[in-house]
Design a protein around this ligand. Sequence first.
Ligand code: SF4
Ligand code: SF4
Length: 105
Amino acid sequence: MSDDGVPECLDCGACCCSAYPRHVVVRGEDHAVLLPEELERYTVWLENVCVLGRVEGRCAALDVRTGRAVCRIYPRRPEPCRSFARGSDACAQARERHRPLGTAS
Ligand code: SF4
Ligand code: SF4
């Protein structure tokens, strides 16, 4: 936990969790920059919309195996992820809805 009371993102990952299948839409250039194997592993098409897939309620691109929340496509993550601001109201809401990794019992 940092001084501002917000966890480090690597200890959290709450905003990478969702009950909503279209949690992150992958459009245009965001789709173009993903590697073929990343598209294969981490995205799905819902009707005619490409979205990030989910595994157990988490983004398919989120790796939690080490106990930290690591985005496997961080340099190429889509715009909704890039624009999501740590410490914002949306961040607080995500942490209310989905328990940050570092606080899991
Ligand atoms: S919910 Fe906030 S603190 Fe947690 S990973 Fe997302 S931006 Fe970072
Ligand atoms: S692409 Fe990365 S930052 Fe975006 S929801 Fe998935 S794991 Fe989180």
